[in-house]
Ligand binder design. Structure first.
Ligand code: BGC
Length: 311
């Protein structure tokens, strides 16, 4: 039997028809256009599912959405990155499709997908961080997803790493998300470019500020550009500070990093691993935590969402 997994992101909504081994049979992606009324976004999801499953059977639909989710009732209680409050997602979509619909937090379900079918398979205790529009997190402790009371916890992206720091979408300042999201990396790349007018970052984006993305600083740093190296180093240090806090609380066996920035591989992982080993509680002599990238790549959210309805 196949299942539908939906991953709602700040920029794109991904959908996948997923088999029971976590394999993707077919997938699609449409722009989220989150500033519209939520009903219109839901209508797009319903249409996307109908196109995806035309002629193919499926049992049920799992959805991963950013924000605090009342998963028992399928309601997105609060999602600043989508501008949603009290959105009855499961009821709306299941009303339109006549299928069971379950909803979880996007990063929680990505962690579920990685734990079941991806990089977390060999571990019982992992924390996944998704580095995208926001910083999401999913905590697997003793083989089970830990979501907090009424599934509204595990918001590690909103842990403050710098008091009175950069503003965050949640309304506070200095959150990990305000330093380690792709959004923050782009912000810091743009401001470094304003100072370093001769930086190779300008060349990397074809002198078009609209083309600056999470790759720009890494690409210029690889070519030896000093300003870009500083952007990358600051980004890696902030991410590492967040990871150290996670390790000091959970002492997970592994931290799994997901999201587009992870395509940078060792250029990101090496400085993060080095800083974490030195500064975690107990220092480099203490029990190590593997810091690895997601194996399901950009599909973790879709596969994990389908996992919600597999049992
Ligand atoms: C939200 C999380 C979400 C993450 C990634 C954060 O801003 O608070 O709930 O998992 O972004 O989308």
């Amino acid at each position: 039997m196949n299942y539908v997994g939906i991953d709602i992101g700040g920029t794109f909504i991904k959908a996948g028809l997923v088999d029971e081994n976590g394999g993707i049979v077919k997938k699609s992606s449409v722009p989220t256009l989150a500033t519209r009324k939520w009903e219109r976004v839901m209508d797009d999801i319903v249409a996307q599912i109908n196109r995806l499953t035309a002629g193919a059977g499926y049992a049920a639909v799992g959805v991963g959405s950013p924000g605090a989710i009342d998963s028992a009732n399928g309601v997105v209680e609060y999602s600043p990155n989508l501008f949603w409050k009290d959105v009855p997602l499961a009821k709306y979509i299941s009303g339109a499709l006549g299928k069971t619909v379950k909803v979880g937090n996007d990063a929680n379900v990505a962690a579920l997908g990685e734990a079941k079918f991806g990089a977390g398979r060999d571990y019982s205790d992992v924390v996944m961080l998704t580095l995208g529009t926001g910083v999401g997190s999913g905590i697997v402790a003793g083989g089970r997803l830990f979501e907090g009371y009424r599934s509204m916890g595990a918001e590690i992206g909103h842990m403050v790493i710098r008091e009175d720091g950069e503003p965050c979408g949640c309304g506070r300042r200095g959150c990990l998300e305000a330093y380690a999201s792709a959004t923050a990396l782009v912000r810091d790349t743009l401001s470094a470019m304003q100072i370093a007018k001769n930086s190779l970052m300008w060349e990397e984006c074809g002198n078009d500020l609209n083309k600056v993305d999470g790759r720009t600083s890494f690409a210029a740093a690889k070519r030896g550009d000093e300003a870009a190296k500083r952007v990358v180093a600051a980004y890696a240090k902030s991410l590492a500070e967040g990871i150290i806090n996670i390790i000091n609380i959970f002492r997970s066996q592994a931290i799994i990093l997901g999201g587009g920035v992870c395509a940078q591989g060792d250029a990101l992982l090496n400085p993060v691993r080095e800083y974490v080993a030195k500064h975690r509680f107990g220092g480099s002599e203490s029990l190590a935590t593997d810091i690895i990238t997601a194996r399901l790549g950009g599909d973790a959210g879709v596969i994990g969402a389908a996992c919600l309805v597999m049992e």
